[in-house]
Design a protein around this ligand. Structure first.
Ligand SMILES: Nc1ncnc2c1ncn2[C@@H]1O[C@H](COP(=O)(O)OP(=O)(O)OP(=O)(O)O)[C@@H](O)[C@H]1O
Ligand SMILES: [Mg+2]
Length: 224
C-alpha cells in the first residue's frame, strides 16, 4: 500500500514537483515508474523510501504512507541505487550478502542466478560496473523487504543476467511491492503490472496499450 497526498518537493530553489497524488492499494505487485530524465523519478522514490528528508536535504510537503506508516518509520525496505556504489556497506561481496540474509539455500540460488557464485571472497571495489548492479539486485532479492526499489538497475546487465534478474524480481513481486524505474519501455510493457508515468506535477497511471507505438507487441524480449 502506498498513498501519496499533495506531495511537493524542492531542493533549495529548485522545485522538482508540486501536489503529486497517487494511491496503490495492494501489498504486492510490480510498479514501473517512467518519465523523462530529470522529471523527478529518483527523487520521488527517495521520498517513498524515506531517504528524503532524512538523509538528503530537501523541502518536502504533503503526506506519504507506505503500508500505513510514515516512510522514515518503515524498516523492511531495500533500495538499489542508480549510483550503485551507494548500495553497499561492507568491503567484500560475502560480507554484504551475509548482512542481509542467513538463508544459505536462497543465497546460493540468487548468487548463481546472477552469476556471482564464485565472487563471495572478492572486494566489491574490484567488481565491474555490471557486477556491482548484479550484487545490489541480489541483496534486494535476499533482503526479505516488503517494498523494494530498483532505480535503473538493469541497463548494465548482460542479456542472460537480465532475464534471470527479471525472473527473480517477478517472483519477489508476488510477496512484496517492487517499484522500478527504467527507460526500457519494452521491459515496462512486458513485465509492468502498473505503469505510472511521471509528468510535470502529475503522476498518471497509463494503460499498457498506450505504450504500443513505442514497443514491439508481437515479440517477447524478456520472456522468462
Ligand atoms: N541532491 C540534489 N540537489 C539538488 N538538485 C537535485 C538533487 N537531486 C536531484 N536534483 C534535481 O532534481 C531534478 C530531478 O532529479 P531526479 O534525479 O529525481 O530525476 P530522474 O527523473 O530520476 O532523472 P533520470 O531519468 O535522469 O534518472 C533534476 O533536475 C536534478 O538536477
Ligand atoms: Mg533517476
Amino acid at each position: 500500500m502506498i498513498s501519496i497526498k499533495n506531495l511537493s518537493l524542492s531542493y533549495g530553489k529548485r522545485k522538482v514537483f508540486e501536489n503529486l497524488n497517487y494511491f496503490y492499494g495492494k501489498e504486492n505487485g510490480l510498479i514501473c515508474l517512467i518519465g523523462p530524465n530529470g522529471i523527478g523519478k529518483t527523487s520521488l522514490m527517495y521520498c517513498i523510501a524515506g531517504f528524503i528528508p532524512n538523509y538528503i536535504k530537501a523541502r518536502l510537503e504533503g503526506e506519504i504512507r507506505v503500508f500505513g506508516k510514515e516512510p522514515t518509520k518503515l524498516k523492511q525496505k531495500f533500495f538499489v541505487f542508480q549510483d550503485v556504489e551507494d548500495s553497499f556497506l561492507y568491503p567484500k561481496v560475502g560480507e554484504e550478502v551475509e548482512s542481509v540474509s542467513k538463508d544459505r539455500e536462497k543465497t546460493v540460488k540468487i548468487l548463481r542466478d546472477l552469476g556471482l557464485e564464485g565472487k563471495t571472497e572478492e572486494y566489491i571495489t574490484s567488481l565491474s560496473f555490471g557486477e556491482k548492479h548484479k550484487l545490489a539486485i541480489a541483496l534486494a532479492l535476499l533482503s526479505d523487504s516488503k517494498i523494494v526499489f530498483f532505480d535503473e538497475s538493469f541497463s548494465s546487465l548482460d542479456r542472460e543476467s537480465k532475464l534471470e534478474a527479471i525472473r527473480d524480481i517477478k517472483e519477489l513481486s508476488k510477496k512484496a511491492i517492487v517499484m522500478l524505474t527504467t527507460h526500457d519501455l519494452q521491459l515496462v510493457y512486458e513485465i509492468g503490472e502498473e505503469v505510472v508515468e511521471m509528468k510535470t506535477n502529475c503522476l498518471e497511471i497509463i494503460p499498457k496499450n498506450k505504450l504500443e507505438p513505442f514497443v514491439c507487441k508481437d515479440k517477447k524480449f524478456y520472456e522468462v
